[in-house]
Design a protein around this ligand. Structure first.
Ligand code: TMP
Length: 230
């Protein structure tokens, strides 16, 4: 019988020391993926794990709906009429303005050796703009997002069969304009395209099994890839 410690899942779950996490200090990691894939849950599990390892963690997410710009974005995402009134390019610039406003706090935190975990960033800007607006082409959106600093790593979560359909069964699906299978399929395709042209992306394909806990997914699949990357 193999010694128990060679089992990959046991190895990843139980045998990490605080020093294993030191290379994440001063790093900015963004979690991306289509709607309802589990980004927010993953950020909270990551925050707990890294904090337990004595790292300082700032977790944030875009859009920040509670700020002045974020409140406008929130309205446009929820209200079908407003959504049509504002043009795709203007909407995109609002998302970027919100990110620019957060940059000082992110940079200061990184400078002090903290880890910043963001729920969405410019991969979402790229993927959602191209999925929705005919007057936005790849060159325009690439120029627009180049106004912002790049993170150290994007973790792209994708569904197990590369189909977004099962995500529509999740609670409250459909409350926002972008939560349709048609848009989400395009978003997923665009995110994978973003990955092709960017070496700072790792793609984690999630398992079908709903009973696999986020902690298990994080410790067994995501954390080893992140630590290997840096
Ligand atoms: P969330 O708060 O559930 O992640 O939803 C934010 C919505 O905003 C989601 O539909 C994706 C969309 N979005 C964009 O269209 N462009 C962006 O730049 C960002 C950050 C989000």
């Amino acid at each position: 019988m193999k010694p128990i410690t060679t089992h990959p899942l046991i190895r990843y779950n139980n045998f990490r020391k605080d020093e294993d996490f030191h290379k994440l200090r001063g790093k900015w990691i963004v979690v991306e993926g289509p709607d309802r894939i589990g980004k927010t849950t993953l950020i909270s599990v990551m925050t707990q794990t890294l904090s337990k390892a004595n790292l300082k963690v700032l977790s944030n997410g875009f859009p920040r709906r509670e700020t002045y710009v974020g409140e406008i974005i929130d309205k446009t995402l929820k209200s079908k009429n407003d959504y049509k009134i504002i043009s795709g390019k203007a909407q995109t610039m609002l998302f970027l303005a919100d990110m620019m406003d957060a940059m000082n706090s992110i940079k200061n935190f990184l400078k002090n050796d903290g880890v910043v975990l963001s729920d969405r960033y410019t991969m979402s800007t790229y993927a959602y703009a191209l999925a929705q607006y005919d007057d936005i082409d790849e060159e325009w959106i690439k120029d627009a997002i180049s106004l912002l600093p790049k993170p150290d790593l994007y973790i792209l979560l994708t569904p197990y069969s590369n189909s977004v359909k099962y995500l529509t069964r999740r609670d409250f699906y459909g409350q926002e304009n972008t939560e349709t299978v048609e848009i989400q399929e395009k978003v997923l395709k665009n995110m994978l395209r973003f990955k092709e042209n960017n070496d700072k992306v790792i793609n984690i394909k999630l398992q079908d099994k709903e009973y696999i806990s986020p902690e298990f997914t994080f410790n067994s699949f995501i954390l080893p890839s992140v630590l290997d990357y840096f």
